[in-house]
Design a protein around this ligand. Structure first.
Ligand code: GLY
Length: 328
């Protein structure tokens, strides 16, 4: 059965769709269970950079490709963009002026791979995929991850662009904040979830992490269950924002488990944000956002503070941005 755009919007809890790709709409915090055919293929990803990433993923999905290939192709777009200063090439460095990257990927079979504190490699998500496919492990970090990447054909490059270096030097001169603000103007992570034509889910998440972090700091993005979790029987979730708070709540695993209990993606994300709030007395000073999809193709999101947005692409919804509802 063909789903109309109207039905789709109702089913995905989107209150109003914007006419242009960059205009914003709002997702409702609670929605009924979807009825009818599942929506597929579908790709959804965090922040404005999700638009370009979704297009690359959509090329794979619309050709009948696998969700795993789609999410890898999708997040490689911001990873390779020197103007995206929170992901991959051109990402903000740590306080020592070194760019270190975190990424993970998870497929429909529950297989997953991850790299953390990886230096000099533009596409950590692809290294994470090879950790999943070519090793008996889930996670490689630091020099070991870099050695593994080089052994598998990746080249070491300088990831510190002049703009990112200038930002770091300004931060040094001004003795900038230990915890930089994270929101739409200064987003931090691309997390992507996709459902392919076969109905299988995969996800990927990649970041340069908190700008001016301590050297060696690892956030939520490469931690399976924190920055990303996919269960093909239920759905998937990804997160953005202050990674320490997400790790404490094992945020994305929590979202998926709440969906397993019957909550919609929107409600599960809202409940996970409330868990983060309950566990972090400083919650008014941080941003955390969750984005989720269930295997029916119902999408939802929620965040602490206004400003978190996401991009959605399906056969019925051209790449459109939506604002996530917020607790504040
Ligand atoms: N959410 C990305 C990070 O905290 O590193």
């Amino acid at each position: 059965m063909m789903t109309t755009r109207r039905e789709f919007l109702k089913r995905t809890a989107v209150a109003a769709a914007a006419p242009s790709a960059l205009a914003m709409a709002c997702a409702e915090p609670s929605v009924p269970s979807p009825v009818g055919d599942p929506i597929r293929p579908l790709v959804v990803s965090t922040w404005n950079m999700g638009l370009g990433a979704n297009e690359a993923a959509w090329e794979v999905l619309s050709a009948g490709g696998r969700a795993l290939d789609a999410v890898e192709a999708g997040v490689r777009v911001p990873e390779g963009d020197p103007n995206e200063m929170t992901v991959g090439l051109g990402g903000f460095p740590d306080r020592d002026g070194i760019v270190t990257l975190d990424a993970c990927i998870m497929d429909e079979n529950g297989r997953c791979g991850s790299v953390a504190a990886l230096e000099g490699i533009v596409h950590p998500v692809s290294v994470a995929r090879l950790v999943m496919e070519r090793t008996p492990h889930v996670m490689l970090v630091g020099k070991g991850a870099q050695d593994f990447a080089v052994a598998n054909g990746f080249e070491i490059e300088n990831l510190l662009t002049p703009d990112a270096e200038a930002a770091w030097r300004r931060w040094l001169a001004e003795q900038g904040p230990e915890r930089p603000p994270i929101n739409v103007e200064n987003h931090d992570t691309i997390g992507m979830l996709a459902i392919d034509q076969a109905g299988n889910l995969s996800g990927a998440c990649t970041t340069s992490g908190a700008g001016m972090k301590y050297h060696g700091r690892v956030g939520d993005s490469p931690i399976i269950g924190a920055g990303l979790y996919v269960d093909n029987e239920v759905g998937g979730a990804t997160s953005t924002g202050w990674g320490e708070a997400v790790i404490r709540a094992v945020g994305c695993f929590l979202v998926v488990e709440l969906m397993r209990q019957g909550h919609s993606p929107a409600k599960a994300c809202e409940m996970a944000v409330d868990r983060v709030i309950a566990k972090n007395p400083d919650w008014r000073d941080i941003q955390v956002g969750f984005l989720a999809v269930n295997r029916q193709g119902e999408v939802g999101a929620f965040c602490i503070a206004p400003g978190f947005n996401y991009a959605l692409r399906t056969s019925e919804v051209e790449n459109v941005m939506f604002d996530a509802p917020s607790r504040i």
